[in-house]
Ligand binder design. Structure first.
Ligand SMILES: *Cc1c(COP(=O)(O)O)cnc(C)c1O
Length: 382
């Protein structure tokens, strides 16, 4: 008997019925975008969920990053500088959004325990490139924030150098830091994705959050053609507004989101319990993660190769993750790199993502663990 395949991700969006319960509000109002009843309600509900922060729903995180970085740079008056500092160990959208704004990514390393933007490297690049850095785009790697003290270091370093900080926390809506605080409740703008493959899944969508009134006003305007009041463009903006149907969908997700996170964290805990004793490592602080997938690092590159091969043969959806750091993609090969990025390069040879779904069964979880351990043992024997 061949075991049934386990897919890498099995996105689960709210049912049409759940979405319809909210979408009805838009139908009744005959108001389908530009801040209709669903989008207005969504802002309030997201803000409540995050403890009162300003929230601007957007079409996706990539457009949200563009709008937030532009707003932060305009507010800080650093637009005549060339570089936006970011880790290379991230998704290409972090760099793409910056290039689309006309700035150049400047890649720095992550640190080995939590795979987050290295605060020492950040200090170093801010000093070495003083006057050339327009902004820092920190990331919450795999949606997980760094320790609160580390993010405070990012914030302090940026403030000291007069450079704005924006955080691409795309996969991490609802994540908790090591002090138990939900991310995004900050003056620093945080950007989240509601893509179908994230834990908060509606298809395409996202939200930008900030407690900074001036920044919020700019983000608000920039995502709506640059209009700040009426139909006069105060800023050179785009259209990144979330429409009513997607807003209705996000409201339906929010209704069940605590349960989504509870399940994903339980699955991750199962992976951790069974794989950590065998030399696999997890991101430091990962208890508070949102678990878009089951991220972990193999003990070495050979073990990862063996796991990928074994999983393919066993039809279990395991993938390598960020195995090509952004600075090694052709589009960014000419962008500057600060140092040799040894941690990024090592992680790129070892990181794995295991299957994840809200409804991944116990049998499926068991099978994932068996396939990983079985393949890993092959690697050390041969
Ligand atoms: C998913 C992701 C994005 C892109 O989000 P979209 O909503 O699909 O635009 C950007 N950055 C990171 C780190 C991501 O994981």
């Amino acid at each position: 008997m061949t075991p049934v395949p386990v897919p890498f991700l099995r996105p689960q969006l709210p049912s049409l019925e759940q979405v319809g319960a909210y979408y009805r509000l838009a139908e009744e109002a005959r108001f389908f975008s530009n801040g209709g009843p669903c989008e207005t309600l969504l802002r309030t509900r997201l803000s409540d969920y995050l403890g009162g922060v300003g929230c601007v729903p957007v079409t996706n995180a990539t457009s949200g990053i563009m709008v937030a970085v532009r707003a932060a740079i305009d507010a800080a008056g650093t637009g005549d500088r060339r570089y936006v500092v970011m880790p290379s160990y991230t998704f290409v959208a972090t760099a793409g959004s910056v290039r689309m704004l006309g700035f150049e990514p400047l890649f720095v390393d992550v640190e080995p325990g939590a795979w987050q933007l290295d605060a020492d490297a950040l200090d170093d690049v801010l000093a070495a490139r003083a006057g050339e850095i327009a902004a820092v785009l920190g990331t919450h790697t795999f949606g997980l924030p760094p320790a609160a003290a580390v993010q405070r270091r990012w914030t302090a370093a940026c403030r000291e150098h007069g450079v704005p900080l924006v955080v691409d926390a795309a996969a991490g809506f609802g994540a908790l830091d090591d002090e138990g605080t939900r991310t995004g409740r900050d003056v620093v703008a945080h950007v989240y994705s509601f893509h179908a493959t994230k834990a908060f899944a509606i298809g395409e969508g996202g939200v930008v959050t900030t407690n900074d009134e001036d920044l919020l006003e700019r983000i608000e305007a920039l995502h709506h053609f640059g209009f700040s009041s009426g139909r006069v463009a105060e800023y050179a903006g785009v259209n990144a507004k979330l429409d009513e149907l997607h807003s209705a969908s996000a409201l339906a997700v929010l209704d069940g989101y605590d349960e989504v996170l509870r399940r994903r964290r339980a699955i991750a805990a199962f992976y951790r319990e069974h794989l950590e004793p065998h030399g696999f490592t997890f991101q430091a602080g990962s208890d508070g993660g949102t678990w878009q997938a089951g991220y972990l690092s193999a003990p070495d590159a050979a073990t990862r190769s063996a796991v990928l091969a074994g999983a393919k043969e066993g039809r279990v959806g395991v993938t390598a993750y960020y195995d090509r750091p952004v600075h090694q993609h052709p589009a960014y090969a000419d962008a500057p790199v600060h140092g040799d990025l040894p941690v990024t390069l090592a992680l790129a040879t070892r990181a794995l993502a295991l299957p994840m779904a809200n409804d991944l069964s116990e049998a499926e979880q068991q099978r994932v663990v068996e396939v990983v351990l079985h393949s890993a043992r092959l690697a050390t024997v041969s």
